[in-house]
Design a protein around this ligand. Structure first.
Ligand code: 4NP
Length: 152
């Protein structure tokens, strides 16, 4: 009998209103397009408490709409103590996210990874809150997630 174990993925960035929700909804679309929705649970969260409860930043929504990525209204949430045990993979966007997460959780299970490392690149996804370049954010996220799903 085929037994399918759900893979639980958490995307993490500083605010949870730009990069990590973009990654959450891009991955949900990719997974749906591949007929894999029963195999994944996908969510996102913030390291900081700066903008908890805020919806996705409007320019990030515009980038998602431009590329036909469905999304729902949501409120930014901060990472909780139980997230580390619950999720199988925790993908972060930049070195500061990585430092913050590893200092909080120590990462004995090796679950915390830079998202771009999935594409073989040891670099950050720059914060579009500061760069204003949401198109590059979209492209970076797609590149990393396509590598992840192709490599399964
Ligand atoms: P994100 O971008 O980490 O990609 O969601 C940011 C959004 C908001 C803030 C910082 C980064 N902020 O300080 O409010």
């Amino acid at each position: 009998m085929y037994f399918c174990r759900m893979e639980k993925i958490l995307f993490v960035c500083l605010g949870n209103i730009c990069r990590s929700p973009m990654a959450e909804f891009i991955m949900k679309k990719m997974v749906n397009d591949r007929g894999l929705e029963a195999e994944f649970e996908i969510a996102s969260a913030a390291t900081s408490d700066e903008v908890i409860g805020y919806d996705i930043y409007p320019p990030a929504k515009d980038a998602l709409r431009k590329h036909g990525i469905p999304f729902t209204g949501r409120g930014a949430r901060q990472v909780t103590d139980s997230d580390y045990q619950y999720y199988d993979h925790i993908f972060v966007m930049d070195w500061q996210n990585l430092r913050d997460m590893k200092s909080r959780f120590s990462d004995a299970d090796g679950k915390i990874q830079m998202l771009m490392s999935l594409a073989g690149k040891e670099r950050e996804i720059p914060d579009p809150w500061y760069t204003g370049d949401f198109e590059s954010t979209y492209k970076d996220i797609c590149e990393a997630l396509e590598c992840f799903l192709d490599g399964r």
